[in-house]
Structures are given as C-alpha cells and as structure tokens.
Design a protein around this ligand. Structure first.
Ligand code: PEP
Ligand code: MN
Length: 346
C-alpha cells in the first residue's frame, strides 16, 4: 500500500502519517520526489486494510493506493522516477553508461594493480574483482579472501576507481563492507534471503545479480528483501540464464533489460562475460546491452587470460577491452547517451 501525499503536504503532515503507520506495527518507506512524497506501507495485509481509512482521512493525503504487484518498494508505483545509485561518486542510473571492469578473481597484488590501471586507461569508472569466489567445484581456486580485499582497496587508492566485490554469506558481508564501495550478491546467492536481509541493513550499495534460473519477478522480490530492510541503493544485473544451447555458457536475456526498466525504478546493468563464457562474444553482447537500454556493463578483464585462475576463456585482455570502449562511445552517442569517463580522463 502507498500513501500519495499532496504536492503541498507539510513535513508535519508527513511525520503524522509515518507515526500512524508505526503505531500500527507496520513499516514505512519514504520516497521524496520532486513533485510529491510517497510513503510505502509494508507489513501485514489485514492491519494495512484497518489503517487505510484513517490514512485516507489524514491531512495532506491525496490518495491511498493498494499495490497489486507482489513487489512493492522496488516497483515504479512506489517510486515513479529513476533511482540513481551513487557508488563512490559514480552515478549509476542517471541515463549515462557506466562501465565496471576487472578480473574475475583477484589473484595477486600485481595482477589487480596492473588490471586496475589498464581498465582505467581504457575508460572504466569502477573496478571489479572477486576475493570470495563461488566456484562450481570445491577443488577450484576459491579466492584470496581478506588479502584480496586489501589488494582491491590498494588498487582503488592507486586509481581512484570505486570497487565492487562479492560477499557469499552474512559473515563475509561485514568484512567486504570494510573494504569495498559496492557489495556484489552473486547469481548463486540471489535467493539467499538471510544474506539479502543483511545486505539491506548495511550502508553500502548492492549489485544484485539475477540467478541463472530466476524469473524477473523473483529477481525483483530478491531486491525487495534488501530494500524492505532500508537499503535503497540497489543495482540489478542480468548475467544470463540457463538455456538449452551450449555454444555460450548462459543465454543472455536482453529482454529482461527493457522489462526491468519498465517495472522498477532501480538501475539495471548487464554482465556479458558470465553470460557468454567466451571472450569473443563479449563485445557484441556488451554493445547489444547498451542498445537495449542497460545503465551499464560489468566486464571481466585480465592481463593474461590464458593464465587466469578462474573464468579465463571469457576474460578480455586490456587491449581488446580498450577496443570495446572505443566502440561503445560512438554507439552510446548515436543513442543519445554518454559513456561515463574516469575522473582523470574527463
Ligand atoms: C562473477 O562476477 O565472477 C560471478 C561469479 O558472477 P555470477 O554470480 O553472475 O556467476
Ligand atoms: Mn567470473
């Protein structure tokens, strides 16, 4: 249920509504738009119904609307305008194209520093790299853990690029938040509800990746878990779903981009690397994602992909990444958009 306030509603009137919601044992979420404030009411349906009349009769209220979609706060009904998520000064969702790049895994201090400098020189505005890796086999490289987080923080200090990195459980989350600018919740953990709730309680933006078998609605409900706990800084990521063909690793669902942009106010980005599994297909998929309206890309780049400890076949070299960036700029311009450039290159 949402309470749409009149454009001229006063702060006291808004506070009064929030107080009534809290007194009823429900939780309130405020979305202050340019025109008017919308207050989301979340909790037990019966209690909401009992409260409805009293809210409708309150001063400053224009109308009270029941949200029919199963997701509430992440939907456009609650917040009609686009959410812009600020990650260390990089604004995701403002209409421009944000490119995050870096290796699948942080493997050594040199590797991450070298890659960070390379991707920045090519035009990336954020650095990616896994320190905790969700590997299919327990015998595969599992990541450098906290040591990897320290190298990522060093790479940020050296380049100024904000860092996004994965946390696989609630305990790792607290550690990741100490070092990173954005927490990645990986595809395999999209429905780890304990982790989602914990991510909702920290003050750190979240990159939520779509599970390989998750529907669009399930992805939005996963984001709702994070947002209902009070963290509104969420970016969604389409990274490919299970198809029946094995020429590519996953089937990149580009239709999810315009569908999500219609249903939710949250920014949506695309990971063409996990989706294709093969570096050759990354540039065409990256360009198609921008054409489909993606707010950005997260791309795997490794100085020596053939020696990578994870996902070698899908990682671009700094050179091929640089060529991709050079193609994205005129493509975005033709679409009336701009590719964000790192501070020193502006
Ligand atoms: C990754 O980004 O390296 C990764 C493991 O992603 P996903 O969770 O999408 O598979
Ligand atoms: Mn990877």
């Amino acid at each position: 249920m949402i309470v749409v306030m009149e454009p001229r509603a006063t702060r006291e009137q808004i506070n009064e509504i929030v107080r009534k919601i809290q007194d009823a044992g429900l939780s309130s979420h405020i979305s202050a738009g340019v025109e008017r404030t919308i207050i989301g009411v979340v909790g037990d349906s019966h209690t909401k119904e009992l409260l409805r009349q009293s809210l409708e009769a309150s001063g400053g209220v224009e109308r009270v609307v029941l949200i029919l979609q199963p997701f509430k706060l992440v939907g456009r009904e609650f917040r009609p305008h686009d959410t812009i998520v600020d990650v260390g000064g990089v604004r995701i969702g403002d209409g421009s194209v944000v490119v995050m790049a870096g290796p699948c895994s942080v493997e050594s201090r040199d590797q991450i520093l070298q890659t960070a400098r390379g991707v920045k020189a090519a035009g990336a505005v954020m650095l990616r790299g896994g320190a905790f890796k969700p590997r299919t086999s327990p015998y595969s490289f599992q990541g450098l853990e906290e040591e990897g987080l320290r190298y990522l923080a060093e790479a940020r200090a050296a380049t100024g690029l904000p860092v996004v990195t994965e946390a696989m459980d609630a305990a790792q989350l607290m550690l990741v938040v100490k070092y990173a600018d954005m927490i990645q919740i990986g595809a395999r953990n999209m429905q780890n509800y304990t982790l989602l709730r914990e991510a909702g309680r920290v003050k750190c933006p979240v990159l939520l990746k779509r599970g390989p078998s998750a529907t669009i609605q399930e992805l939005l409900l996963a984001a709702e878990y994070v947002m209902s706990e009070g963290n509104y800084d969420i970016v969604l990521c389409e990274r490919g779903i299970r198809g029946f063909d094995n020429y590519t690793r996953y089937l990149l669902d580009l239709s999810a981009v315009p569908v999500l942009k219609q249903l939710t106010h949250l920014p949506v980005i695309v990971d063409p690397s996990q989706a294709s599994g093969k570096w050759k297909y990354v540039p065409p998929l990256a360009k198609a994602a921008v054409a489909a309206g993606s707010d950005g890309l997260i791309v795997e780049v490794h100085p020596e992909p053939e020696k990578a400890l994870s996902d070698g076949p899908q990682q671009l070299t700094p050179d091929s990444f640089s060529r991709l960036m050079a193609e994205l700029i005129p493509l975005a311009a033709a679409l009336g958009r701009r590719v964000q450039a790192p501070a020193a290159l502006r």
